[in-house]
Design a protein around this ligand. Sequence first.
Ligand SMILES: [Zn+2]
Length: 68
Amino acid sequence: MTDLLDLAEEREEEFRRAALAALRSRHRSGGESTTHCKSCGEPIPEARRQAVTTDHCAFCASQIEGGR
Ligand SMILES: [Zn+2]
């Protein structure tokens, strides 16, 4: 139980850091929106953006949708 909580906390912190980094990089690159993942700032491939409406790369989307 404690292990699960630790893991969740760790992941939350990781996400917060990634979100901040993404915000910072977005400011730097001048306001691109959906071309880059909102969580980690990685570029989202054109094919993925056309296939699904998403603001996240495949990895972050799976993290978010996959939940725990
Ligand atoms: Zn991402």
